[in-house]
Each structure stands twice: as C-alpha cells, then as structure tokens.
Design a protein around this ligand. Structure first.
Ligand SMILES: Cc1ncc(COP(=O)(O)O)c(C=O)c1O
Length: 503
C-alpha cells in the first residue's frame, strides 16, 4: 500500500458549492426559524464543502496513518496494549446484553444481574478480597473510589487522617487521586533495587537525605490514612516486602491501597488479599483484554476487604433466595460513582475473557506476559542499559545511557522504531529512570514478533554507534517526519481558522 506523504486537511480540500448530498427541491413552504439567536452559529463559512467521496477517502487515508494493536506489536509499557479477543466483542454485542435498558427492573434482566454477580465473584477470587464494585469507569476512577473507601473507613471511626503515602515509583494517577480525595501526599523514596525503601535514602550527588517508610510512619503516625502502592511498580518490579508494609500500616490502623492496574503480572499466580491489601482497583483493559477505547468508556472495578465493604458505592448486586437484586439500602455507602452500574459492556467482555481462558488460562496469560517481557530483557540487556538489575515481571524499563554517548537519546530510539514498523514503547516514564524506554509486550505476542522487535532495537543501537545521524533523522518512512513536539505540546493548534482575505 502506497502511503500518501502529504494529506491536506479537510477544510483545505473545500471547493465552494461542492456538496456531499443531492436533496430534491423543497415542495413545501420553508419553516420559520424558531432557534433562539444565542444558539445560532454566526456563520457556516467554516464548514468544508466537499463530496462524499472526498470525505470517505480523506478519512480512510488518515486512518491508514494510524498504528493500532491490530497492526503489530504496540509495546507501550504501563498502558498494556494487548489483543482484544474477538469472542469478547461478539458476546458484548449479543442483543440481550447490548440492547437491555439500564432502567429495566432487576427481575426482567436477571441474565445481566447474573453476569455482574459472576464477574464480581471471579474478581474476588482473583484478588483474594471479600467484596467488589464494578462501578468505576477507569483505573484512575477506581483509585478515587478506593481512596474514598479509605476516607469513609477512617471517618466512621471518628478519625480524620490527612496524609497519604505515595512511593516515588507509583503510577502518576496515584498522587493525583489522593490529592483529589483531599489528602496531602508524602513521597516515599525507592532504594537501590527499585523497591520502596524502609530506611532513609541519601542521594549520592546532592547529598540530600529523604526519609524512608519507617521514618515517615514515625513522623506522621496516626495522621497517615494509608499508602498507595503500585504493585508490580511502574518499573515492573514486585514489591517483595508488601506483607511487611501491610503489617506496619495496620499496626497504626492505616490502610494499604494497591494500584492493581498491573494485575496482568499477578493474576492466577498471587492474590493481593493474601498479602494484606485492604483495597485495590483493576484495569479491565490492561488485564482482561477489554478495549482501551481512547480513554473511555472503560472499567476499573475495585475490590476491598470486609472492613471496607459497607462503604462500597450503591447499588450492590446481591444474590438472594429469590434471584439477583440491586441492594440500595446501604447507609454507609460513599454513594454513586457512576450512572447505573458502571460500563456494563466492558463487564460482559471481561467475564467472556475469564470464561474463555478458564482459571488455568488466566494463569498462563500472566506467565506468558512475564516470559515475553523477560525474553526481550535478556536479548537487549547489555545493548541497552538497565538501571535496576532486580528481576522484573511483565515489563522492562531500559534507558538511553549507552546510546546517549553517541548523541542518540530515547526520543531518537522511539522514532527509529517507527521506521522499522513498530509503535514506540512508553518513553521518559517512569520519572525515576532518566531517559526511560518502558517496554511491555503483553502475552499476545508470538516469539517471531518479539524477535522482529528485538532485531529492530539491535539495529537502532548499531545505527546509534556507527551512524548516529541515521537514527536522529528518523522517522523518514512515516507520512510525517520529525515534528516540533515542544511547540505542539505548548502551543497546540487545535482549530482551523479560515485564512483572512488579505493574508
Ligand atoms: C499502574 C497504573 N495505574 C493507573 C492507571 C490509570 O488507569 P486509567 O488510564 O484506566 O485511568 C494506569 C493506566 O494504564 C496504570 O498503568
């Protein structure tokens, strides 16, 4: 397929008088215009005048410039871009699910109720926790729900704690969530192996000392509401002292929130409830193969301990002797976090994922995700620098230390991958690693696809050494080449304006 290197925007294709439809002449009087003037556009001059063929070809061509998970390996670490099994889509589109009305009485939609209840049971088993809500619409929304449960718990005990501890390796949404829920975030530093430091940490270059977990707990004591730990953390490392951390927190009646978005590294192998987690969220798109959907509508269910269960959003789906019901009478509930019961179509897909894999299959998916990431790690370590030698699970974070000696940095490496037919990994995140290249292949990829990616990465490293300019100019094969990304981010032009008559 030949890519057209330049595609003007639809407004620039506009030809005065050109139309996309041919309407018959009006054979009735023109209706009077009753629209209030404040709702009227001042002019329609900004509408492109194009034919149907123009529109279809323009947007079809643009769509071919895009790269999606159905095109090839999309190793965006932390985002987990994996295959969305088509069986999930098929099941979600069954009329009984897709066309049922959210206001239908529970007794008329018992099938949907069974589905929600069954998914809750699977998630309880997978997390090892006592209760689940399916309401939250995304991972970050799940975090907010979970932190609100923590807040409700402390308030119910008459204490109003103000501090949330957040490790520096946490996902960026964690401190944002804690701040939104009204907490002051206090950072916990990482130690040399990339996990949470219990002891104080002194920075070798600045000589500054940051308080470790033990000192912070001593300093803030009963002001600590909890800690939010991404586990495995954003470097892909499992927080192996999580059980000890749970105990330290519980000793002062503070709670342990686990950002479980990376559950695709644990599912079927380890259950957070078993190592002392009080509350966590799951990202259905990262672990259960539901589509990302461009930021939504997604689903980020929350699982919690029995102590937090009374505070769950309402209604809660319950099983009774007469069938399945929505329980509204929950006086301690934090209220509603979403209209109806969350994004039901995602719940259908997630249960289809569980049932089609079976419990053994879920465990296998986890093991494959870990093996795939570690295969890439093994093949590329040495060529690309690793800040931590600690074993990693479902993702591996390299950096550009070796390549930057030749003037080639992380951004250049990412652009080099575009020319070699791959979507770049997540770059410059997590912040604890300078020049990070965060690679997450997921369980979806075959060895052949991984080998092709590894070859591309090795080829870029060779180019960086022998001919750095060849990498710094990438991409040269894409429809658009190097963009001024700083200006694009700082002064985005998001709206087309008609050129003025004299310009
Ligand atoms: C570790 C982690 N936490 C939280 C989130 C936020 O999830 P969402 O984008 O669904 O809000 C993500 C997103 O990928 C994540 O990787």
């Amino acid at each position: 397929m030949a890519l057209i290197p330049k595609e003007s925007i639809i407004f620039e294709r506009s030809v005065p008088g050109k139309v996309g439809m041919d309407m018959p002449a009006l054979d009735v009087p023109i209706a009077s215009d009753t629209r209030p003037s404040h709702l009227k556009r001042l002019s329609f001059s900004a509408m492109p005048e194009v034919s149907e063929v123009d529109v279809i070809r323009h947007f079809t061509r643009l769509s071919r410039w895009n790269f999606g998970v159905d095109d090839g390996l999309y190793p965006l670490g932390s985002c987990t871009m994996k295959h969305n099994p088509r069986i999930n889509e098929k099941v979600a589109s069954l009329p009984g699910f897709a066309q049922s009305h959210p206001l239908a009485p529970a007794k008329h939609v018992q099938g949907n109720m069974v589905l929600m209840w069954t998914l809750q049971e699977w998630l309880k088993e997978i997390t090892g926790l006592a209760a689940v809500t399916l309401h939250p619409a995304a991972g970050a929304h799940g975090e907010l729900t979970g932190v609100m449960l923590i807040r409700a718990y402390h308030i119910s005990k008459g204490s109003k704690r103000s501090i949330m501890l957040i490790p520096d390796s946490a996902h960026g949404t964690n401190p944002a969530t804690a701040a939104m829920a009204g907490y002051t975030c206090v950072e916990v530093p990482s130690q040399a192996d990339g996990t949470i430091s219990f002891d104080d940490v002194t920075d070798a270059s600045s000589g500054k000392t940051k308080k470790g977990l033990l000192s912070l707990l001593k300093e803030h004591g009963s002001e600590v509401a909890g800690i939010m730990i991404t586990n495995p953390n954003t470097v892909g490392i499992f927080e192996y002292r999580i059980g000890e951390i749970a105990k330290l927190l519980h000793d002062i009646d503070a709670l342990l929130y686990m950002d479980g978005a990376n559950m695709n590294a644990l599912m079927g192998v380890a259950r957070p409830g078993d190592f002392g987690i009080d509350v966590m969220h799951l990202n259905l798109h990262k672990t259960f193969g539901t589509p990302h959907g461009g930021g939504g509508p997604g689903s980020g269910p929350v699982a919690c301990s029995i102590a937090l269960e009374p505070f769950l959003p309402r209604p809660v789906v319950v099983k009774t002797s007469g069938g399945y019901e929505l329980e509204w009478n929950r006086p301690q509930s934090i209220g509603k976090m979403h209209s109806y019961f969350g994004n039901f179509a995602m719940e259908v897909r997630a249960l289809a994922f569980c049932l089609s894999h079976g419990s053994d299959g879920l465990r296998k998916a986890t093991m494959r995700a870990i093996i795939n990431a570690n295969y890439i790690r093994k093949q590329l370590e040495g060529t690309y620098h690793l800040q931590y030698s600690t074993p990693t699970l479902h993702e591996v974070v390299f950096d550009d230390t070796h390549q930057s000696k030749h003037g080639v940095n992380t951004l250049d490496i990412a652009k080099g991958l575009i020319d070699r037919g791959f979507h770049p990994p997540t770059i410059y995140f997590p912040l604890v690693i300078h020049g990070a290249l965060m690679i997450e292949p997921t369980e979806s990829e075959s060895k052949a696809e991984l080998d092709a990616f590894i070859e591309a990465m090795l080829d870029i490293a060779k180019g960086a050494e022998n001919n750095p300019d060849s990498i710094k100019q990438c991409p040269v094969k894409a429809p658009v080449c190097r963009l001024d990304e700083t200006t694009a981010a700082r002064k985005p032009v998001l709206r087309w304006k008609a050129p003025s008559a004299n310009s």
